[in-house]
Design a binder for this molecule. Sequence first.
Ligand code: PGA
Length: 310
Amino acid sequence: MNKAQAKQLLRHVSLRQLQIFDAIVRLGSFTRAAKELYITQPTVSMQIKKLERSVGLPLFEQIGKQNYLTEAGKIIRMHTQQVLDALANMEMEIADIQGLKTGHLRLAVVTTAKYFAPRALGKFCELYPGVDVSLKVTNRERLLQRLEDNADDLYILGHPPQSNDVIFEPYLDNPLVVLAPRNHPLAGKVDIEPKQLAEYPFIMREPGSGTRMATEEFFTQHKTELNIRMELGSNEAIKHAIDAGLGISVLSIHTLNLEGVKGPLVRLDVKGFPLSWQWHVGHNKGKHLSVIAKTFLHFIKTESDSIMRN
Ligand code: PGA
């Protein structure tokens, strides 16, 4: 882009247009963007037309009923995100020097982290009542997609990606255990060989799950082919299936947070278990963390152990 074009953008593109554009991309529709911003759909379309005129290229193309970003749209999306993040940070930093911690925290966590992340969030919100939080819960694969799309401030997962473009730190233990119903033939036995588990039906998390990755890694190392009876996409569904006698499974100990050891499931004493994984928290390397995100990061790194103990 030459200087004249850049000036043209500065003169004609408004922050409101970028905000509307961002809402369409996030929500996937002009109508939903209009609703979120309390404006009419014709206003949304008109502002996007103006933005396209200033850019000199279409930003969306419609295929069927779906709107897709054009090449130009993708570039505008990337920069819009930076502009809006910078504005949100400006607001938070000003609030910070006024002694107020206010603003928005966007956190995305893997499904298994939903058993403990809300507790830390609850404590954090007690300390900073001015902060509002959105928590996205999804499996590892979809979380990595969100990380790539820079959709949130911080991410919590068990197995961070091996990439130089992200920063993740371990901050909490995540023991994975073998769970069975109380009347299982192996319940109460000690030092069970991993190979023995192959004799019983096993319930596996869905592909893309971090728990599944860890389980497969362990049993491959132990040259054991599990007898997988079913795949289920949620820890809760797996717990119910174990209780119903459909099989045994490997899950994070955190999935038992609410019922504790008195629930209907027992841990089997299998050699090599619990698998010692850890929860990691992090973000993209290039991400400019807001004051709130930095504060939350520090908070969970220093407080999580004691929050989990209480
Ligand atoms: P999951 O992730 O909930 O997708 O299994 C857990 C993990 O990342 O270890």
